[in-house]
Design a protein around this ligand. Sequence first.
Ligand SMILES: Nc1ncnc2c1ncn2[C@@H]1O[C@H](COP(=O)(O)OP(=O)(O)OP(=O)(O)O)[C@@H](O)[C@H]1O
Ligand SMILES: [Mg+2]
Ligand SMILES: [Zn+2]
Length: 386
Amino acid sequence: MDYVVIARKYRPQTFNEVVGQGAIARTLTNAINRSRVAHGFLFTGPSGVGKTTMARILAKALACEQGPTATPCGVCDHCRGIADSRHPDIYEIDAATHNGVDDIRELSENATFSPSLARYRIYILDEVHMLSTQAWNALLKLLEEPPVHVYFIFATTEVDRVPATVVNRCQRFDFRSIELKDIVRRLGEVCAAEKVSVEQSLLVRIARSAGGGMREAQTLLDQLIAMSDGEVSEDDLNLLLGAARSEDIQALIDHLLDGDHGAALGAADHLMGSGVAPTTLVEQLIDYFRQMMLLGACGAEHPAVLRLGPVPETMAKQLSGSGAKDQALRICQVLLAARQTIKHGVEPRLQLEMAVVRIAGMAHMVDYETLLKRVQRLESGASRHP
Ligand SMILES: Nc1ncnc2c1ncn2[C@@H]1O[C@H](COP(=O)(O)OP(=O)(O)OP(=O)(O)O)[C@@H](O)[C@H]1O
Ligand SMILES: [Mg+2]
Ligand SMILES: [Zn+2]
């Protein structure tokens, strides 16, 4: 059987299946149910969050044999043709390559003819910010007074580059980045359907590194499954994301907690030398110390701790020292500050080194509890010998 990548295989086919764009799906559903569907739509938002997907579902809703309906059947010739991008009346045009005025003139002329199979001719123009000004001008008249059988759905990641005259003539929908938990849930569904088991904590890391894009997350998952033979491991993901191997990051953490500046800097240096970016390293350290902080605060069974993945064996022991809980919190603060500065592009390597030195230095500081005990001892001694 032909292999289909996950991002395409699991493209939502109904409004309900689209994750994280509920307001848009509801508005479109209502418009269809009330027969108040605009003839021009503008879908904007980041890459891989459902613009093309939603455009195809809208096209199916309009063209379905049972339609117009908010719940297209998915099995009639129209629905299937649209899902496979081969319906003669539904035009999916990549405006990045067909951006000239001639392309658009031809489109405009054809648009006036009646559709061949469906009730409507629907034009889905992707990446429309690439259209030339003349191309837009050629389209504007048609957009102003579209024939009853014509619908336009424009999609773009850069709405600022679409002329205001066009934006004003369309119903605009702003697609949002998808929330982490929604991406994790969807990845979980995909894993179940593909019959592969991947730790929840790995799915969280995939989702986080995809930064709100579902396509990106699904593509990473696809690669991860492809590179691992059967069992998906944490180190497969580390390799994929250019992150440090678990044992290497653990060594660095041990040196940090031992307060061994030299060894910690050496370990960090070695990791960066092997291609791990400072940001990635800081992220991995944050993951560890965040879990340590939460473990210290609320114990191993708490959902806040479990959500971050299985607790490493060493962690409980590291927490047993006096003041270790406060220290985990302080380490998080140092790492977050480093991450923030690195984000602004300021000397990533130096920032990481500074964080390493600060954290290793903490091991040599007397913590609050010990200090308090000493003061108490001193005081009780003083009261006995006035
Ligand atoms: N909201 C979503 N819910 C579920 N899956 C989604 C969603 N958004 C994207 N996907 C998945 O990602 C793939 C790509 O999505 P889509 O083509 O709709 O992105 P897009 O917003 O058009 O991105 P681009 O701007 O890069 O064209 C889909 O096939 C689907 O598997
Ligand atoms: Mg698209
Ligand atoms: Zn149908």
